[in-house]
Design a protein around this ligand. Structure first.
Ligand code: NAD
Length: 486
């Protein structure tokens, strides 16, 4: 397997606090690996409470005295559009770095960089177009909503599609007039190191954006508990979300939680089978399967089950696993050896919980790097761990069903409720099923299409609150009611 190493990699990834790149107060660092060689290519500053204190102090200064929260929405939007221009202008470099650090296939990393730019454009437009409620009692009263940014936003992000997911929080937080401290994931800090230059070049005032690298239990924990951070936007694992939820309680902080998933794709016998196959393969094998909305359980109606399994497995065996930088690659290397080991444990477990149809270990002839062959298990029972637990890799469970009621029960029989995908040509069934399934987002005969104005979020163990469109702006702002009698 070839291994492309980008030119000009930084050897040290620092914090960005108060407009400067700085080391940790303690001087401590940690190694950052790339997922193909699994050797360290850089060290990152290991932030702790004292570094978070400095970052929050800078962000608070910018919030209390700086121009950003006080600027007209249109003036903020101009800066956000310049940020989008800068992201677009370096999308190829961003994708190269993201692919090197995460193992994502290069073509998909490029799409994520472009989506990050789009997030800034979208929230620039939204904040300018925003209208707030006004209620009049004729001749007696006027009541109106005055919207203001909440303060210093703590943003904590995961390692899958890191740059794009950071933009999904940074753009609405900044559009709303908040100042921020970002704590990127420790497995993948490389692309986040580009934000400082992008923001400075676009004219974001000093101290508005701050970044502290480090481990969740140290830097992340200190940010969550900091008394001057009134809200936390978190994306990551459900168990981490539970810890953060508890830690936010003391400060009664605002929280937005985008957590894990085990989303079902339900394929009825009347579905367009070719389209359903394309979509369900994409749903779990794109982004290396490291995708929160992965359709990792496929429920198939009995009359087409055998044919579906056969065609699905044949297509899975044809997926190109390889060097993440090769444009032909469809599945790259998993992010980190720890995560690779976790996925491989599920692959081994699956061999006793289902019938192995494809994959089942490393691709043949590949003996280094975090590579897992796209793996398909059939006849997986609902009490199997590979049916219930989030694997977050290129592994899928196929399960047959006989009736619509059984399909719904199976779809809902997990603790998660992030997404669901439904394939049927029966319009009535499509909508009644969609409305009954326990999922924050449902795709009917489609996948990977989403208007950024729609709510994004899960139910049950998949999250709390919604981001997306005006819901993001609601999260980062207080809506103060002002009442006037005439
Ligand atoms: P993770 O929970 O391990 O880490 C996420 C972030 O939280 C990291 O920055 C980490 O350092 C930090 N963190 C860890 N412990 C912390 C603590 N005690 N206090 C504060 N911060 C802490 O998640 P991950 O493994 O990086 O990401 C994968 C998970 O993210 C999967 O479960 C996936 O489904 C989920 N995810 C969800 C969405 C969504 O929108 N619902 C999107 C992407 C990923």
């Amino acid at each position: 397997m070839t291994h492309h190493v980008p030119q000009g990699l930084p050897g040290e990834l620092k914090h960005y606090i108060g407009g400067e790149l700085v080391d940790s107060v303690s001087g401590k660092t940690f190694d950052v690996l790339d997922p193909v060689s699994n050797t360290p290519y850089a060290t990152a500053a290991a932030g702790r409470a004292e570094d978070v204190d400095r970052a929050v102090a800078a962000a608070r200064r910018a919030f209390a005295d700086g121009p950003w929260p006080r600027m007209l929405p249109r003036a903020r939007a101009r800066v956000l559009n310049k940020i989008a221009d800068a992201v677009e202008a370096q999308d190829a470099r961003l994708a190269e770095l993201e692919t090197f650090d995460t193992g994502l296939p290069i073509t998909q990393a490029l799409g994520q960089a472009q989506r990050a730019a789009e997030n800034f454009r979208f929230f620039a437009d939204l904040v300018v177009a925003q209208a707030d409620d006004t209620y009049q009692v004729p001749g007696r009263q006027v009541n109106y909503v005055h919207r203001k940014p909440v303060g210093v936003a703590g943003l904590i992000t995961p390692w899958n599609t890191p740059f794009m997911l950071e933009s999904w929080k940074l753009a609405p937080a900044l559009a709303s007039g908040c100042t921020v401290v970002l704590k990127p994931a420790e497995f993948t800090p490389l692309s986040a190191s580009l934000w400082a230059g992008i923001f400075a070049g676009a004219g974001l005032p000093d101290d508005v954006f701050n970044l502290v690298n480090g481990f969740g239990e140290e830097a992340g924990d200190a940010l969550v508990k900091h008394p001057d951070v009134p809200l936390i936007s978190f994306t990551g694992e459900t168990t981490t979300g539970q810890t953060i939820y508890r830690n936010c309680a003391a400060g009664l902080k605002g929280m937005s939680m985008e957590l894990g998933g085990k989303s079902p794709a339900i394929v009825f016998a009347d579905a367009n089978l070719d389209a359903a196959l394309d979509s369900t393969l994409f749903g779990v094998f794109s982004l290396n399967g490291e995708r929160c909305t992965a359709g990792s359980r496929i429920l198939v109606e009995r009359p087409i089950y055998d044919e579906f399994c056969k065609r699905y497995a044949a297509r899975a065996r044809d997926i190109v696993v390889g060097d993440p930088h090769d444009p032909a690659t469809e599945v790259g290397a998993l992010v980190h050896p720890e995560h690779y080991e976790k996925v491989m444990r599920y692959v081994e477990l699956g061999k006793s919980e289902g019938r192995l149809l494809a994959g089942g270990g490393r691709p043949s002839g590949v003996d280094s790097g975090n590579y897992v062959a796209p793996t398909v298990f059939a006849d997986v029972a609902p009490d199997a761990r590979i049916f219930q637990e989030e694997i977050f890799g290129p592994v899928v469970a196929l399960t047959p069903f006989d009736t619509e009621a059984e399909a719904l029960a199976l779809a809902n029989d997990v603790k998660y409720g992030l997404a669901a995908y439904l394939w049927t040509s029966d319009l009535r069934r499509a909508h009644t099923f969609a409305q009954s399934v326990e999922a924050g987002m449902v795709w009917l005969n489609s996948h990977n299409v989403r208007d950024l104005r729609t709510p994004f979020g899960g139910v049950k163990a998949s999250g709390l609150g919604h981001e997306g469109g005006y819901r993001s702006l609601d999260f980062y702002t207080h809506q103060q009611a002002i009442h006037v009698s005439l």
